[in-house]
Design a protein around this ligand. Structure first.
Ligand SMILES: NC(=O)c1ccc[n+]([C@@H]2O[C@H](COP(=O)([O-])OP(=O)(O)OC[C@H]3O[C@@H](n4cnc5c(N)ncnc54)[C@H](OP(=O)(O)O)[C@@H]3O)[C@@H](O)[C@H]2O)c1
Length: 348
């Protein structure tokens, strides 16, 4: 099969579009003919060598979000047949022993993730445990399906399992055009929260409004804290959902209402952060919460919610652009340049 892989980290020149052996399924596995895979920030962090997940190894085939058609099934697989349209949960937590990908479910250690530590979707075919495949209904395209797993599960886990967001609350979400935030804005609106969204350009702010954000601010030119206070009548927001990290951390803390929580799941602008004032933190009972990996049982219900929302028109998958697999370097450069809103797809 064809794959885009790299044997050492570096610039776009390390990407090799090459032939590799087809995957062979274990008894509990399927092989998916990849129709689309979505880019994530991790793809470029690992390729550049700026960060590697525990368990990462060369050569590496990236691509955490995989949607396609089952092309082969293992001997013990009865629930899938060749031709079935599937999307894959890339987190290898909860994988059955009869899969070749079993034994990698260490949520707080070396969690195996397709396309992050294991071979992923930057290829014409990909191995997946049968238990981690989910049916793509007819009204959802395989491209829409490929936008789902990493960013919708990350956003859903952070907003609800970690942060406990509920109807009537106000949440501020940064980097509104990022994959995680596009999902987060729509999920927060879905449960009846008010969304204040920030982004780095006016155009991204307009696009955030179009997917449901109630108010928007350009965080490169505006004062985030002053805006959040004004938008909430001086009270502050109940939650900030942040994965930008360093650049907006202190402003986020000072934007919180009494008892508010800052839920973080990323560090796109840097890995250190300043609290600004411990007195402000404890006096106001603020909570800083890290959002850990989503759990296997979160995929099914959230996937059903996504499909229903795509069908009703409530949710948009927000596909920014599509590239042939052979042009992965150009697609990754678009991500590095932050020149996108939503998801960038590769079509093997
Ligand atoms: N914990 C988890 O399980 C998990 C899972 C998935 C992703 N993540 C993390 O979540 C983050 C987002 O992932 P993603 O794939 O959605 O990323 P993405 O689509 O590439 O978005 C990252 C965005 O961060 C913003 N940003 C970067 N530097 C900034 C700065 N100095 N000031 C303000 N904004 C800045 C940019 O938005 P603007 O263009 O608007 O400035 C950029 O587009 C990453 O850190 C990723 O590692 C965590």
């Amino acid at each position: 099969m064809k794959a885009m892989l790299y044997r050492a980290s570096g610039g776009p020149e390390v990407l090799e579009y090459t032939d590799v052996d087809d995957p062979v399924p274990g008894d509990g596995d399927v092989v998916v003919a990849v129709a689309a895979t979505a880019l994530n920030r991790l793809d470029v962090l690992q390729r550049n060598g700026w960060y590697h997940m525990p368990g990462f190894a060369y050569p590496h085939i990236a691509g955490m979000d995989i949607a396609g058609v089952v092309s082969e099934v293992g001997a013990a697989v009865s629930e899938w047949r060749p031709g079935d349209r599937v999307v894959v949960d890339p987190s290898m937590a909860g994988v059955a022993d009869n899969s070749k990908l079993a034994g990698m479910g260490d949520l707080y250690g070396e969690l195996g993730i397709l396309g992050a530590t294991l071979d992923g979707g930057y290829a014409t075919r990909c191995l997946a445990p049968a238990s981690h495949c989910y049916r793509v209904p007819d009204h959802v395209s395989l491209e829409q399906a490929a936008t789902f797993p990493t960013v919708w599960l990350t956003a859903g886990h952070a907003l609800f399992a970690t942060g406990g967001l509920s109807a009537g609350e106000t949440v501020m979400i940064h980097a509104a055009g990022s994959g995680v935030s596009v999902a987060g804005i729509q999920l927060a609106k879905h449960v009846g929260a008010t969304v204040l969204a920030t982004a780095g350009t006016d155009a991204k702010c307009e696009q955030a409004s179009a997917i449901g954000a109630d108010q928007v601010l350009n965080n490169r030119t505006g004062d985030v804290t002053a805006w959040a206070m004004e938008a909430t009548g001086g009270r502050g927001v109940d939650m900030v959902f942040d994965h930008v990290g360093t650049a907006l951390f202190t402003q986020s803390l000072f934007s919180l209402a009494i008892g508010g929580r800052l839920v973080n799941c990323g560090n796109a602008s840097g890995d250190t952060a300043a609290i600004g004032s411990l007195g402000h933190l404890f006096h106001n009972g603020l909570r800083i919460m890290g959002s850990d990996p989503y759990r296997p049982d979160e995929m099914g219900p959230l996937w059903d919610t996504f499909c229903a929302g795509v069908g009703s028109g409530e949710f948009s998958a927000v596909i920014d652009s599509e590239f042939p697999l052979a042009e992965a370097a150009a697609a990754q450069q678009k991500m590095l340049d932050s020149d996108f809103f939503g998801k960038i797809l590769l079509k093997p």
